[in-house]
Design a protein around this ligand. Structure first.
Ligand SMILES: [Zn+2]
Ligand SMILES: [Zn+2]
Length: 411
């Protein structure tokens, strides 16, 4: 085993450096993982461009990347019961909960405690690899080898590639969103709308189809993304938000801005043949843009739900009467809890249409800068659509293709 590994380290805005770092042996309860694929996400891009992501500012050099898969290369002490073995293909769940707070510890009727509470994503002391929220920061997955708690390493089904397994992270986000929205029970085959056709929105479309939505409509401003949603993912309908004609004055106040969102929602419903007093059973809002959140509320039928998957504007104006008086529930989601095994099972099942095609661009670790610039432009060098940019830290061709252990089947 090599004792030095290469890491791609962010030192400040657009200052990425490749550094050789010593590999430490895994500690108790940890395995060492050779990272194979890491997907680049919007939050990584924020850190890369600005050296910060919202309120979280880089205070010391940080390795980015949190959508990752790899191979177990060593097991530390006290990992005998993990079910993992050296050579195993795994996806890394990089949010490390404290296992002590009220969200981490769950007690059953007999008072027995388990440390994987159903909402450990809300852990008050969560440390997330590649985030500058906590200090000292915890490094992410744009590095050759890292040690990680065994209970957060999830076996990859043989039928799932390393790149697809790296998508388990954003898929876990939308799976958690579906669970929060009681997707399969209210009503059993909901009519779904997804606003925003980036990687997360497209995964929400694909998952909604796999979970039995009666129809899925994708809404975006970019027709190329909608073409992808239609052709690769197979959504039933798409609707393109019209760009206002040049010279349209900005709304003069928040009432007018909200009215414009209502008009857009009405236009979409008319084009889609939905009656104005009806709407969608579930709307996944994946942009975080204020006008889109407003539109999501107007698109929701009475008694339905709007799930806020995208996070953008921290403070905004919402048409309260339009959701309160029609009992439209607005549901917040933050990352995921207990979603990885099911996400990986779905990725291996072949039921998620279009996922393999979502990886539109791939780069080796030493070209991570190009990976970030590609995501930043949103278009490839030939003007083609960028959905998910993957950095292959290790060449997937040189890594073992299958593991011998099947993942647990979890509902
Ligand atoms: Zn992310
Ligand atoms: Zn906790």
């Amino acid at each position: 085993m090599s004792s030095v590994q290469c890491a791609c380290v962010l030192h400040g805005p657009q200052d990425l450096r490749y550094e050789d770092r010593p590999t430490a042996p895994p500690k108790s309860g940890q395995a060492q993982v050779q990272v194979v694929s890491t997907g680049i996400c919007g939050s990584d891009l924020h850190y890369y461009i600005h050296g910060r992501n919202g309120d979280f500012v880089l205070r010391s050099p940080l390795v980015l990347g949190h959508e990752a898969s790899g191979i177990v290369t060593a097991l530390g002490p006290e990992t005998e019961n993990s079910g993992l073995r050296v050579g195993q293909r795994v996806a890394l769940e990089v949010g490390i909960p404290c296992r002590e707070c009220r969200f981490c510890v769950e007690r059953d009727a007999n008072g027995a405690a388990s440390t994987k509470g159903p909402r450990y994503n809300l852990c008050e002391n969560m440390r997330f690899c590649s985030s500058a929220k906590t200090f000292p920061h915890l490094d992410g997955t744009l590095q050759g080898r890292m040690n990680h708690p065994v209970e957060l390493l999830h076996p990859i089904p043989d039928s799932c590639s390393y790149e697809a397994a790296a998508l388990a992270e954003p898929l876990a986000v939308v799976l958690h969103a579906c669970r929060r929205a009681n997707f399969t029970s209210t009503p059993p085959n909901p009519r779904v709308c997804v606003i925003g056709s980036g990687a997360v929105g497209l995964l929400a479309c694909s998952l909604s189809i796999a979970l039995g939505a009666s129809s899925v409509t994708a809404i975006d401003i970019d027709s190329t993304k909608l073409d992808f949603a239609k052709n690769a993912v197979g959504v039933n309908n798409t609707w393109q938000v019209p760009i206002p004609p040049k010279g349209t004055p900005p709304p003069k106040d928040k009432e007018e801005a909200t009215q414009r969102s209502r008009d857009l929602a009405n236009a979409a419903m008319a084009d889609l043949g939905i009656a104005s007093n009806d709407g969608f059973d579930i709307v996944f809002e994946c942009t975080g843009v204020e006008s889109c959140i407003q539109m999501a509320i107007f698109l929701a039928r009475p008694g339905s739900r709007v799930v806020l998957v995208g996070m953008g504007t921290p403070i905004g104006t919402l048409p309260i009467s339009s959701f309160a008086l029609r009992e439209v529930d607005i549901i917040g989601v933050f990352r995921y809890a207990n979603c990885y095994p099911e996400a990986l099972r779905l990725l291996g099942s072949g039921k998620l249409r279009g996922v393999e095609k979502m990886v539109t661009h791939r780069f080796p670790l030493e070209e991570t800068e190009r990976a970030f610039e590609t995501l930043r432009r949103g278009r490839g060098e030939n003007g083609e659509l960028v959905v998910k940019v993957m950095v292959n830290v290790t060449s997937p061709e040189s890594a073992p293709r299958v593991g011998t252990m099947a993942p647990p089947e979890l509902a």
